[in-house]
Design a protein around this ligand. Structure first.
Ligand code: BGC
Length: 431
């Protein structure tokens, strides 16, 4: 099997950087809401050790890396920017370039500064210009070093987990709020899309690419002959992802979403139907088997260590659905699995890549989630997704078997028989 797309890795600022930062996840930790009691202040200490991590990435042969910046670190109080933090990120981007690694920069990935949360965060449409103010800062400060941007990571997961399931900060449980947050974030995305292009044009920069990272899954009725299961699958899919897809990609807000926000002054940008992505960012993990409103896992299916079904075919199903709506190059902005003992990760990766390679879709990038093990939100340090093992106490990094597999695939532009026999053939999923 050969690949024509690039193999990279993805991460998020809060999950790897560490440090005592006044953001929503520090607050969530202080409330005792992280299952294993670990704190995001430790994570992978990447804000200080980024050079070591980039060196390791270069050793693996990675040329494209999706990474985040921490809003609360850069703007610790509203309108006050921390220039030392910005300088450190600039050093990181410059170093990446020197090692031949191109950044895809995520501006928002699940975490708000506490001051932004205190004024209502994304549940308040009047805050859209506040977010855009940060976007403007980011592009002006880093735009000469970064060509490609993900505006927002998974607005649907952020909204559902934080405002409906109550498992992410701010821990609310309201369907109405969750839908409003999705709408506000979609409005933020499409305005940020236009803003980033405008600013980069003014800076004389070319090759700007902007998109958002959509979390999509396959929603399948438990029984195809059951009308109720079918109805629930359709409705869950629409509420969770389909309406958002159209809002973010095309600026079309249909049930159950509503369009928000028209800006005045220099950032003015009307929300109207258009095309708001230069690539289709897809984060794919699993399939949901639906027999009532919500989530379910197919009986007898292979599962990862968090109980999520492993369903490689789904990655092409979801990518095709996006591509049918807007024909753009596809970036798999995340795909990976919780496999604490690295017992089946090589098989998982190989099977997902095979589906992509055979899909006939214009896949250009695959960013594996994640490069190193990291702080997995409410699971804390106990759920491991990395190609690189982190010993959190000593902060020692060790390339896992799956990391060596990844390096071998990059080197050979695919999976040869030898690579398959060494890494994939011996592995099996558990049920
Ligand atoms: C998120 C990541 C997360 C991963 C695994 C995605 O939904 O973007 O931040 O670590 O899933 O749960």
């Amino acid at each position: 099997m050969t690949f024509v797309f690039l193999l990279g890795a993805a991460s998020a600022a809060t999950q790897i950087e560490g440090g005592n930062i006044s953001h929503t996840w520090s607050g969530w930790y202080q409330k005792g809401c992280i299952r294993d009691g670990s704190s995001p202040a430790r994570a992978c200490d990447h804000f200080r050790r980024w050079r070591e991590d980039i060196d390791l990435m270069a050793e693996v042969g990675i040329k494209v890396y999706r990474l985040g910046i921490e809003w609360a670190r850069l703007e610790p109080a509203r309108g006050n920017y921390d220039e030392a933090a910005a300088a450190s990120y600039r050093e990181l981007f410059t170093y990446m370039k020197s090692r031949g690694i191109a950044p895809l920069l995520t501006i928002h990935h699940f975490t708000n500064p506490l001051w932004f949360e205190d004024i209502g965060g994304f549940a308040t449409p009047a805050n859209i210009p506040v977010f855009l103010g940060f976007v403007e800062y980011v592009v002006k400060r880093f735009g000469d070093l970064v060509d490609e941007y993900v505006t927002i990571n998974e607005p649907n997961v952020f909204a559902v987990m934080g405002y409906f399931a109550g498992e992410f900060p701010p821990g609310r449980r309201s369907m109405r709020l969750a839908l409003r947050v999705q709408s506000v974030m979609a409005s933020c995305h499409i305005q940020a899309y236009s803003l980033i292009h405008k600013l980069r044009r003014e800076m004389g920069c070319q090759n700007t690419k902007v998109g958002f990272a959509h979390h999509a899954r396959v929603f399948e009725p438990k029984s195809k002959n059951n009308l109720w299961h079918r109805l629930c699958a359709r409705l869950t899919s629409r509420m969770f992802q389909d309406a958002l897809t159209r809002a973010c990609l095309l600026g079309r807000f249909s049930f159950p979403l509503k369009k928000y926000g028209r800006l005045r002054g220099k950032l003015r940008c009307k929300l109207h139907p258009g095309e708001y992505a230069d690539f289709l960012g897809l984060n794919y993990y699993t399939r949901s088997t639906v027999s009532k409103l919500g989530d379910g896992v197919r009986e007898g299916s292979p599962r990862n260590d968090l109980g999520w079904e492993i369903y490689p075919e789904g990655i092409a199903i979801c990518a095709r659905e996006l591509h049918d709506i807007l024909a753009r190059p596809i970036y798999i902005t995340e795909n990976g699995t919780c496999d604490n003992n690295d017992a089946f990760r090589c098989r998982f990766i190989c099977e997902h890549l095979k589906v992509l390679a055979e899909s006939g879709l214009p896949v250009e990038r695959y960013y594996h989630w994640c490069f190193t093990d990291n702080f997995e939100w409410c699971e804390g340090e106990s759920a491991r997704f990395g190609l690189v093992h982190i010993d959190y106490a000593s902060q020692k990094r060790t390339l896992k078997k799956s990391g060596r597999f990844y390096a071998a695939m990059i080197k050979n532009k695919g999976v040869t028989d030898e690579i398959y026999n060494e890494f994939v053939a011996p592995q099996e999923y558990h049920l």
